[in-house]
Write a new protein. Sequence first.
Length: 871
Amino acid sequence: MEKSYSHKEIEKNWYKIWVENDLFKADNKSKTTPFSMVLPPPNITGSLHMGHALTFTIPDIINRRKMMQDFNTLWLPGVDHAGIATQMVVEKHLKKEKGLAKEDLGREKFIQFVWDWKKKSEKQIIKQIDKLGLSLDWTRMKFTLDDDMKKTVIRVFVQLYKEGKIYQGTYMVNRCPSCKTVLSDLEVDHREIHGKLTYIKYPLKGKKDDFVVVATTRPETMLGDTAVAVNPEDERYKNIIGQELILPLTNRVIKIIADKRVDKEFGTGAVKITPAHDPNDYDIALKHNLKSVRVIDHNARMTGPIKKKFIGLDRFECREKIINDLKKLGLIEKEEDYVHNVGHCHRCETMVEPDISKQWFLKTSEIAKPAIEVVEKNNVVFIPNKWEKVFFNWMYNIKDWCISRQLWWGHRIPAYYCLECGQIMVEEERPPKCSNCNSTEISQDVDVLDTWFSSALWPFSTLGWNVNSGDFKTYYPTSIMATGFDIIFFWVARMIMMGVHFTGEVPFREVLINGLIRDEKGQKMSKTKNNAVDPLDVIDKFGSDALRFTLAIQAVPGMDISFSMNRIKGYKAFANKIWNASRYVIMNLKGDENFNVDFKKISDTDKWILNFLNNITEKVNDLMDNYRINEAADQIYHFFWHEYCDWYLEFAKNDIDNIDTRKVLKFTLFRLLQLLHPFMPFITEEIYQKIKINEDFLIQTKFPSFNSEMFFIDEYKDIELLKKIIMETRKTRTENRIDPNKKIDIYLKSESEKEREIVSNLLRYFNFLTKSISTEIKNDFSNLPKGFRGVCLNWEILLPFSNNSDRVKELKRLKKEVDKAENQIKKLGEKLSNKEFVTKAPELIVIDFKKNLQVLIDKREKIQKTISDLS
RNA sequence: GGGCGGUUAGCUCAGCUGGUAGAGCAUCGGUUUUACACGCCGGUGGCCAGAGGUUCAAGUCCUCUACCGCCCA
């Protein structure tokens, strides 16, 4: 084995070998219990970030263990076409490369261009994912725009249309002027803006010097005003309701109307009504039968029946001009600083523009109900549970979903229009002629579907629901969906709705929600803040195993993770420790060791480690079954380093010539590699190859579980006692500055004959670990040389002085010790003299306290006796 | 305005159904002993945000307060 651990060397080749050996390939005809997941498909535009690393590593740990437990596993990978994101990126790319806009190419050529680009980009992200070593079945990889995915999307759309759940309608929706498409409510982020509230005077018709003052954050929309509204209860305006105003900068006459939705406290209490460009105004206008005047176009430029000089101006440019013009006319009363919430595009952060247009919608009320029910009945379980509330809250208030997008890259909407009679036909295949007038002049809707529409079908579309495939029959419903809380609405809720509606079954039984990765200071990682840590850099520096372990041990379900370089450094050191411990074991093997350990022949220390390992194995299984991956990782970490390495390997150095101990060494290492494998697949595989007996790869071995043959409680307790005496001896040595390399004589004392016998049988370990030349076990310390004392349980330790100044030092220290013991005795005594505690607490607890008290009292006495001996 | 988290060692964080507080890094002292200095041995460091309550017993359960963060409207 190489002398030093090199993550780069180890992590270089294994993934390829695993994949080539079909280790992750599912077999839908297997008879064992299915366990399946689908990967949240990353965007083809994307590159791997820490969020991915976390959301992918956790299910990989789960999946690898399930594989080792002989489940019939499938973990299906895929990538997402990510409509808006991809189109934007490729458009930029096209501009840069060829100086062309997508319109220059035309729709078909542009889409071809995107496909070419997709092939490269997809390879890139898959290459990055490979570095994490995920146990994905690449033979089943899907892309959201694959032909079979397309077929499913179309079938679903048509069915929903025929059920009346998809409809076309003209409503006010959010439009992003930069992405040039409408958005769903979810794709709009509300952000606080420090803006201005402008008070504009609208003159009353026929009364030049009489005004109604309205306050607005968007003066440019005044050109589209068709009324001014006041609250009917507002005394200030009661007498002018119904009167007419002259809209400045236009010659239009508008009315003053009353509506109780107007907030008397806002501004002057009188508000301008712009039905075409504000959702509230739109509602009010509907009720009052107001005209709608459109003055802003799809690109957020001014348009409509307005003065020529405004036409074509950007909305913000126009705002300045309007304010200037009004100032000149003396129609601006004042401007105030004002903080308000404004919608921004989720994708590009541009301020969205409310806009009336004809779009496709999915009616959600009916399909939401069964989706709520399956969660209520725990057919779908959120982990941690608190996210259910978030889910319910959104589902109870769900609004119809605007699913059409003015993009080219995506699933084309299967709606066809007759150019002759205007008939709308929604069909899976393009109809050859109009169903109404038989015309053959037919064109397809130019819009595509919201990317999340196809995502919502992902768990069943990828498994082949459309053709009722073997995979679908075996692996659906899937077992777990692991994802981030930020897409519970976007994705999880919609998958549940669609899954239940179309398959009659839940898409997954459990939803594992993980937290956000933050930087060391707890700040959100983002490109703009420049605090994002690239997982590939981390893997390069510390290794995939170290990164995976770091994420796992910190992944408290549902909690954010502060990513700290210092921490990963620590787990890289752990990998190094694993490497070296294994190296030691392997170096000492003689080749005649197998895993058939004869439990009758092995030593007490062997039994101790087997018993301990057995306990840890049980705990790890239990924790992992409950998704407490972080605690499982912690258990293994501690056991490997601080029990197996610190103690067992040291114990075993004394018995290395014994074949039975060597067998245990090899066997325990094997078990530990198995436990660790889901967390650190690379290093464990590398080492396994050097000690393997049967299975070719570690993942093919059976994950350990509790074994009643490895239950050695007496030996376990004996060795724990020995450890404590050794620790106390070491402490006494260092505290008294006895040269650590000096071999010395040691005396031990206990009044218990049984314990004396136990320890005397283990003396070779004691001598080795405390650097003792010879150790004598006594039941009495009189007639021995004076020395430093240590007390541990009912044992005493004596290390002879080398000179008189040692004696003085020791006396001083012992007095301190007495004080310490005194304090603890007082504390416990108080507790035990409390009648309520003694009568009400469980007996075992009370006995425990009493035992501890006795131990302390003994300790105090012993020290006091020593003091009088030394004085 | 409604809801949800967080506040534990110098820093970043664990701590399940209540039973004398843990990890990584940092720090201090010792140590180059043939698995490992990415190490070994030993130590320092916490009225678990504050107040009240339930209980024999509270970091853990309940109530309130403060500060920090997130989601929804």
